[in-house]
Ligand binder design. Structure first.
Ligand SMILES: C[S@@+](CC[C@H](N)C(=O)[O-])C[C@H]1O[C@@H](n2cnc3c(N)ncnc32)[C@H](O)[C@@H]1O
Length: 320
């Protein structure tokens, strides 16, 4: 999955004259802070160079994860096309770009972001081609949500790992109150990210939400540690991305986990592929999360005819 062309070009312009050694150092520091899930009272992206490192090394991956999560919720509700968006911890506007890519008729977006350096970059990247009315707000998601207006789509992508765990239940309550229709939360696809999404999912179900995706049910998650639910998207690495990370491979696999919860029920529910399919000659085996709340396996062989031919095209994260 690639960034939309105007976003990619905007990022390239912002990164044009950045000295590579500084970018590399900033990318290393950012990556170390994210890996350690460091919460030391400082923002990971307080400095402009950290924001540039994010644009070069993280934005393509978080964009791909958000876009894939939006696709999954749209598949569960094909008639849903939100006109209003509230995105908290907006970073450089990742969710806004992904939402506009899927629903170009979005009319209004409010983006809340604590870091002034990131907000500046997000505003610079947003183009005149965006017809939606966009407001960037300075604020802390744990304390500054009181005066916000509800939106049809509320999102929080790759933010919960930066928030003190004790603040999460209140934050999720407030985001749900602000949700007129659907709330999407995306996290890194690590065991810790999955645990956070599980807690969010439980909390929202207790509040009366319907799960649109990825789970085709509201029963407790059937997976148990050390297994964990997550998905993956292959992301092309730009030349600068490879240089910033001293990486040879022109792509990376972004692991992510998400939950889309709604005030509306899903139009349809289907089992979801929750691991890479295992293909052999004349057969393909899927690990599935199923409508009855269980996890199970399903084997398709040549003898299944058309169903087998269709199944062979399915990938991790697809519905079946
Ligand atoms: C990993 S970035 C994700 C950005 C974007 N949502 C994405 O998916 O690419 C997390 C963002 O959340 C912001 N953030 C972290 N804690 C916050 C808080 N308490 N209030 C508002 N924003 C916060 C950070 O400044 C950063 O821009």
């Amino acid at each position: 999955m690639e960034l939309p062309v105007p976003l990619r070009q905007g990022v390239e312009r912002l990164l044009e004259k950045v000295p590579l050694p500084m970018l590399k150092q900033a990318a290393r520091t950012l990556s170390d802070r994210y890996r350690a899930e460091l919460r030391d009272g400082r923002m990971h992206m307080a400095e402009e160079m950290a924001v540039k490192a994010y644009l070069a090394t993280r934005l393509p991956a978080t964009y791909a994860a958000v876009r894939a999560s939006l696709d999954a919720l749209s598949e569960a509700r094909p008639d849903y096309a939100p006109k209003t968006l509230l995105d908290v911890g907006a970073g450089p506007g990742t969710v806004l770009w992904a939402t506009l890519d899927l629903w170009p008729d979005l009319e209004q977006a409010v983006l809340l972001e604590a870091s002034a350096a990131v907000r500046r970059v997000g505003e610079a990247l947003a183009t005149e081609a965006m017809t939606a009315k966009i407001a960037w707000l300075a604020g802390d998601v744990t304390i500054d949500l009181a005066d916000l207006e509800p939106a049809e789509l509320v999102t929080c992508a790759y933010v919960l790992d930066e928030i003190a765990p004790a603040s999460l239940p209140k934050l999720i309550d407030r985001l749900w109150q602000l949700t007129d229709d659907t709330l999407l939360v995306v996290e890194p696809g690590t065991p810790a990210g999955w645990q956070r999404i599980l807690a969010v999912r439980r909390h929202l179900i207790e509040a009366g939400a319907h799960v649109l995706a990825p789970c085709p049910h509201e029963a407790p998650c059937p997976l148990t540690a050390p297994d964990w639910c997550h998905f993956s998207r292959r992301v092309a690495r730009s030349r600068l991305h490879r240089l910033a990370k001293d990486a040879d491979v022109p792509w990376e696999d972004e692991k992510f986990i998400y939950v889309a919860a709604s005030r509306q029920t899903a139009s349809s529910r289907a089992a979801r592929v929750i691991a890479p399919p295992k293909s052999g000659s004349g057969k393909v085996l899927f690990k599935l999360c199923q409508k009855d709340g269980s996890a199970g396996e399903k084997l398709f062989t040549k003898r299944d005819g058309d169903a087998f031919r269709l199944a062979r095209r399915l990938d991790w994260g697809d519905t079946i």
